[in-house]
Design a protein. Sequence first.
Length: 81
Amino acid sequence: MPDMSASASLAMTHLVPLAKELDEDKVTPGVLGFIVFAVMALAVWALMKSMNRHMGRVDFVESEEPGAEKAGAAAAAEKRG
């Protein structure tokens, strides 16, 4: 089995000069950040579309309260009389 620490240290010696060339004050999310953001945006869009479809299927008819009929009839009788 090859020695992984030697290859890791070799890779680091090649990457250190590249890292020093970068501007330390500039921070960007990069391609990975864009991909994560795009996937999250697509997931939210799909969830909203699904929620809209499910809410459209709901057939809700509000029933009157049991005491509302009596109160309405009493109010109508008072107006007449």
